[in-house]
Design a protein around this ligand. Sequence first.
Ligand SMILES: Nc1ncnc2c1ncn2[C@@H]1O[C@H](COP(=O)(O)OP(=O)(O)OP(=O)(O)O)[C@@H](O)[C@H]1O
Ligand SMILES: [Mg+2]
Length: 804
Amino acid sequence: VRPVRLELEGFGAFNARTVLDFDGADLFAFTGPTGAGKSTLVDAMVFALYGSVPRYGDRRLVAPAISQGAAEARVRFDFTVDDVTYIAVRVVRRTKTGATTKEARLESAAGELLAGNEKELGQAVERLLGLEYDHFCKCVVLPQGRFAEFLHDRPEARQELLVELLDLGVYREMGRAARLRAAESAARATALAGRLDSLAWATPDRRAELAAAIDRLTALAAEIEAEQPVIDELGRRRAAAEADAAAAGQRSSVLARVRTPDGVAALASALDEAASTVDAAKADEEQAERATAEAERALTARPRRGALEETLRRLELRDGHLGQQEKGRRVRADLEDRVGHEAEGLARAERAAAEAEERLASVQRSHLAHAVADQLAVGRPCPVCLQTVTVVPVRTVPGDLDAGRRGQREARRGVDRARAEHQAAERELHTVEVTLASIERHLADLDDLAGVDPPAVRRQLAAVDEAERALDAARRAEQGARRIWRDADRRAQELRGREAAARTEFDRVRDRLTGMASALATAPPERTGALAADWDTLTGWAEAEAVDQERRAGDLACQVDELAEEQRRRVRDLAARCAGCDIEIDLDAVTAGRSPRDLVVDRLARSEAELDQVDEAIDEARTLTGGVERAREQGDVAVELGRHLAASGFERWLLDEALAVLVDGATDVLFGLSGGQYSLAVDPRSRNFAVIDHRNADQPRPARTLSGGETFLASLALALALADQLTLLAARGGARLESIFLDEGFGSLDPATLDVVASAIEELGAQGRMVGLISHVAELAERVPVRFVVDKVGTGASVERVDR
Ligand SMILES: Nc1ncnc2c1ncn2[C@@H]1O[C@H](COP(=O)(O)OP(=O)(O)OP(=O)(O)O)[C@@H](O)[C@H]1O
Ligand SMILES: [Mg+2]
């Protein structure tokens, strides 16, 4: 890192904005009185890069950097690395409890943002400079009071610094990579070996076994192909013989079951008997028919029953009419008498009525006279004669008028009654006369009966009754005879029906037997028409044939057994051959015609597939074996490399070498600076720095025994040697120690030594490296080409560049 420009404001003593321009300042000095702000400028540069201030002793502490009375500290540091310009800016703001970084960025000269925050800036700077903060403070900036840190460092800390400076981390990375690769190779070897183990089954023996099995199976498949048709043919023949035997047995049992039906023998005589019974009954029935006809003729010869009965009825009617006529005549005579008698009574009543009328009229007249007389007064005209009355006659009391009227009504009622009686008698008489006239007319109608003899008529009717009874009996006899005939006929018909059924049954049985005749020795006997005889012949024939069929069934059964045995033998042979190939077959299935060929072909296919697998596995195992060997070889190499590159191995050796070179370089410088008194060395046991005192018998002693000034010289020598040798030692360019800042230490030197040191430093400037000295020692500062004179200004500080 080479400073180009530093700008700070509110930082430490520099509360006002201050700018330093390092252009052309290869060797420069910050100079000024104690407490002026020289170290603050170095702090500002370190702070801009790393965000920490060395003297605070705490990397996180930033608040103390903000100027008292200021709110924020701002630093901008322009620098180059390998001639490329960068700008680092940091702004820290005061907070209630401390301070916080408000801005942190890294830009290129062209304004490109390379880091935008605190974290990114820190990482970018470490990457750019190749140095972390602690190491930066040991070999680029030797802060005031800490310049001897590298000289006095523990060997391990120094080793870390050198590793970083020399970029030896690359060997550590290589070691890590080698170890990683070793682990990977080991893992791969293990995995491959595992896979190889899993293929252990794929042996050449197994392969040979499979090949032999495939040969055997191929041969077996061919054998099965030849043998199965033979087995199947045997099966077919056996099945046919079985079927024939069963059919013969069946026929035998059918023939054995042929029997003459019960009653067939008795049926013929029963039929004859029934026929003669029918004939006899028929003759009887005809005889009865003739008898009936005879009885009918006898009845017809007689007078008709109706006429006879009519004659008798009319005779009885005539007798009735005669009786009534006689009785009517007697009644008429009586009624004639009664009419005469009633006529007399009526005449009497009429006379009595006339008398009663007369009496009433007389009484009424007397009452009228009496009434007129009452009105007569002497001197007054008579109402009747209109003559003046002279004397009023004396009058007796007139008769009873009411009695007269009652008598008149009585007499009239007597007339009415007598007339009604008389009229009633006359009506009755008239009725009787009408009746008698009617009887006489009826009797006139029956006049033809004169001369008829009723007993004769009754005798004739009795004869008719007799003839009718005879006819009835004849008809009943005829019906009886007909019933008997019909019963006999029915019986005969029934027998004929039975005979027909027996005949049908015979035909059925014979037809059935005829149906199997082709399989029998002889044909069934012909039918003759004599049913019983036919049945007997058929039964005898069937018995003989049944025996024959039974014998044939026996023969066929023997044949079946022979065929089955032959088939079984062949199937067993085949099974034995399959068993030789480890194939178990179902004997029944093979016997039933299901060929085991598929099983064999399937097994063959599987064996072939397995053979392919074995071949593949053997190939793979071969490849794997090579792979395992390669992985192990690679692993061994990587393990070896990792071991060599371990921190205690190659790196340690490299560091020791580097340290030796460094010590040589530093010795050169120190020898000059100390006026030939000291050389630098490394104590082989403690690995700490030691000095060899050439003025004291070249005795080595620890570097810590040096005085303050001597320590500064030794540190300076180391720092310069480090900067010199770094590019030479570094693995890939290493850190970029393009500048060095030495803050004080010079005050501890006497004038003569200071002169030597100053000369040495002047020489450094000429080597192209940038060197910044910080010192209040004016003599030293004045020998430097560019001075930044720092001064206190009130509460702050100011800087002024003074070029010589
Ligand atoms: N935050 C701050 N605000 C104000 N002043 C500060 C702050 N921090 C430190 N100072 C003061 O700034 C001044 C400059 O200090 P600095 O260490 O830079 O001095 P110097 O020039 O290096 O002195 P010396 O020669 O003694 O080493 C000192 O007086 C110091 O006390
Ligand atoms: Mg100081």
